[in-house]
Design a protein around this ligand. Sequence first.
Ligand code: KG4
Ligand code: ZN
Length: 341
Amino acid sequence: MSEPIVLGIESTCDETAAAIVQGCELRSNVVASSMEEHARYGGVIPEIASRAHAEAFVPCVSKALADADLTLTDVDAIAVSAGPGLAGCLAVGVSGAKALAWAAGKPIYGINHVIGHIAVTQLQFGPFPKDALALIVSGGHTSLLHVEDVARRIDVVGTTLDDAAGECFDKVARLLGFPYPGGPHIDRHAANGDPTAIRVPQGLTQGQAGAKHPYDFSFSGVKTAVARWIETEQAAGREIPVDDVCASLADSVATVLARKAMRGCEAYGADTLIVGGGFSANSQLRAKLLEYGAEHGIEVRIPRPKLCTDNGAMVAILGVNLVEAGVAPSAPDFPIDSAMP
Ligand code: KG4
Ligand code: ZN
């Protein structure tokens, strides 16, 4: 077969997305977001997100095909995020994808959304080197993974024991009065603040009690420390130096993520670090990873921000990897798995 053409469909949370990837080439990428509808509730409301997916599904898929100048007949396979994510949201995307696959007689792959965040880097940097480490940071996940073969073998090296990095930012952002999702607001304010202004603990350090792996993370203590500091200042009637709080938080989180990722690369003999997930759009993390990578001789592959957040391209490229590796398609009755490991 020439380079496989895959339609990728994404609906794990608040983005309905579809994309066409051929080999390592992104031919179209359409994203519809219901984020604005959730902003006033301070977080994603699953019911609202599911309804939005039902409305946006067909327009997204048809635009992705039209933008690539293709019809469904031209695609070799359909890939869809089967988990992890919100069950109602996954059900809409997976049901739609199954219906398309059945009607057009195409193979379908139910894929892991988190692995998609790793796979997407190929669209910008080309195929994976052998034995890379991957740092996945989003609102729901913070994990360090050993990628032996993106289509067949990925092992968990470390994971967060409580909050994800994005979740920690979103919670502190709420205390500072920023709308959901607050991560990007913290990023912007951090640029003008002093990262040494406030002492913020650095998550779990190696070997600390509770860590299952030396590369586990913990961010709920970070959030609590910042929350206590804000409360104390407010109780004393002092004004909160928002930029300094943001800069100190961002510096602490970016440092611990970058440090553990580098240590992991050295321990696993990996000279490439793949970075993915919505939080990898964060400026402080990007700068720290590139700085530490240069110091340690490790190539850091962070995709452009548009590929970091949820999209269909990440699903489609992983579908291409599975087709090329000769992995059998999913059965027509494959389940959604909101807690997919
Ligand atoms: O991967 P993603 O789009 O959705 C999930 O699967 O969670 O990640 C969204 C998370 C949110 O917590 C959001 O606040 C955070 O990524 N985020 C950022 C930035 N852009 C997105 N956090 C800090 N700085 C940013 N620039
Ligand atoms: Zn995601």
